[in-house]
Design a protein around this ligand. Structure first.
Ligand SMILES: Cc1ncc(COP(=O)(O)O)c(C=O)c1O
Length: 379
């Protein structure tokens, strides 16, 4: 069978598993604010979905996105997309080119690397899976890797899967390095809302910083596909020129997003607290199992990375063991060939009962992983 069929069958099975506990894709499974659901119902009732939305998104939503990134005092502007992945596809297709370098970290998020390769760029992955550098890119590392051929620096911040977040000084230093070689700086802010102190690169590099934004994680709209590109009016003009979807993103999703942003201050702090509570429960459970370690704690994203190498089990085996119990977690090889054999990722913006089920099963699942058949292909 073709790989795409296998991948699709895999996710179709997961989507059709009743009661599956989704601890693998960093999606958010907490109930949203009631106004978010109401906004979707209203848009269905009033029939506004019969018309296309404006090509760059509803004006109100565009302004709220810029505000959410703390950039209302700048000239940054938003272009709404069908998820952050479409934003990244659009930007990479526009700015990557043959005989140029696309510099990112290892681990990072792999799809933009695919987009860059498809556009002819060479992908350079800088290793950050190292406690000595706090599991983060350093300015010295980036400075040594860039040159006249560097077209793009792509930084996932907070990092998926590591959960580290850069300081304002670090982002400023990266922006200066990008400016020194004239590179675009794609700042993937998919997990920004879970961090305590996120600073968008646009603050320091308005000419060529491009921030990508998602509603899948903090607002829990993964299946409703909504995100954005935020950049200077000149860059958005380029992005808007031939986008994959020029007919406006889903009207229902946009109404939900407006309601979510308008009420965010009233409810999102509680979501963060519940996420941190789940992180604490998992960190405690991991500390009781010999050979397992949580690498970054507390995590600045809605996930935790667990190093399993010293327990002498394969991440894929642990994923398969949990799968038998209706819990989805993710193997490290989804993110990185170089370090993926060492860790699993557990997403924790989920009901407390799901996180607790993961914790209770952990010792038994590690034993089960020792003699389970590892699936030939995992996605
Ligand atoms: C770093 C990163 N960027 C982008 C995305 C895609 O987000 P969206 O669902 O908004 O397309 C993901 C999804 O997991 C991600 O981890």
């Amino acid at each position: 069978m073709k790989t795409f069929e296998l991948r699709n069958a895999h996710f179709d099975r997961l989507c059709n598993t009743p009661g599956l506990m989704w601890l693998g894709q960093n999606t958010n499974h907490f109930d949203p604010h009631p106004s978010v659901i109401q906004a979707v119902k209203d848009a269905l009732d009033d029939g506004s979905y019969h018309a296309y939305a404006p090509p760059a998104g509803f004006q109100k939503l565009r302004a709220l996105i810029v505000q959410d990134l703390g950039l209302s005092d700048t000239d940054a502007t938003a272009f709404v997309t069908d998820g952050a992945v479409e934003a990244l596809y659009n930007v990479c297709s526009r700015v990557c080119a043959p005989d140029t370098d696309f510099v990112t970290t290892d681990p990072s998020w792999s799809w933009p690397m695919q987009f860059a390769r498809q556009a002819g760029s060479r992908v350079v992955e800088l290793p950050i899976f190292d406690a000595a550098q706090g599991y983060k890119l350093t300015p010295a590392q980036l400075a040594a890797a860039v040159g006249p051929k560097t077209r793009v620096i792509y930084l996932v911040d907070p990092n998926n899967p590591l959960g580290t977040c850069h300081t304002a000084d670090e982002i400023r230093a990266f922006a200066e390095i990008a400016r020194s070689v004239g590179a675009y700086f794609i700042h993937d802010a998919t997990y920004a809302q879970f961090a305590d102190d996120f600073v968008p690169a646009y603050r320091f590099y308005p000419e060529k910083a491009i921030v990508t934004y998602s509603f899948s994680k903090w607002l829990g709209l993964a299946g409703m596909r909504l995100g954005a590109v935020v950049a200077s009016p000149d860059i958005i003009e380029m992005v808007a020129n031939a986008p994959p979807n020029n007919l406006g993103s889903n009207v229902l999703s946009q109404r939900a997003a407006i309601a979510g942003l308008e009420t965010k201050d009233a409810w999102f702090p509680q979501i963060k607290q519940r996420l941190r509570r789940n992180q604490a429960a998992v960190a405690d459970a991991v500390s009781r199992v010999p050979g397992l370690t949580v690498l970054v704690y507390p995590s600045q994203a809605n996930l935790l990375v667990i190093d399993v190498a010293a327990a002498d089990i394969k991440p894929e085996a642990l994923v398969a063991a949990y799968d038998e119990r209706g819990i989805m977690i993710r193997q490290g090889t989804y993110h990185t060939k170089r370090f993926g054999h060492r860790f699993v990722k557990v997403s924790l913006s989920v009901p407390e009962a799901w996180a607790d089920a993961f914790c209770e099963l952990l010792p038994a699942m590690v034993e089960r992983a020792r003699d389970i058949d590892v699936p030939a292909q995992l996605f």
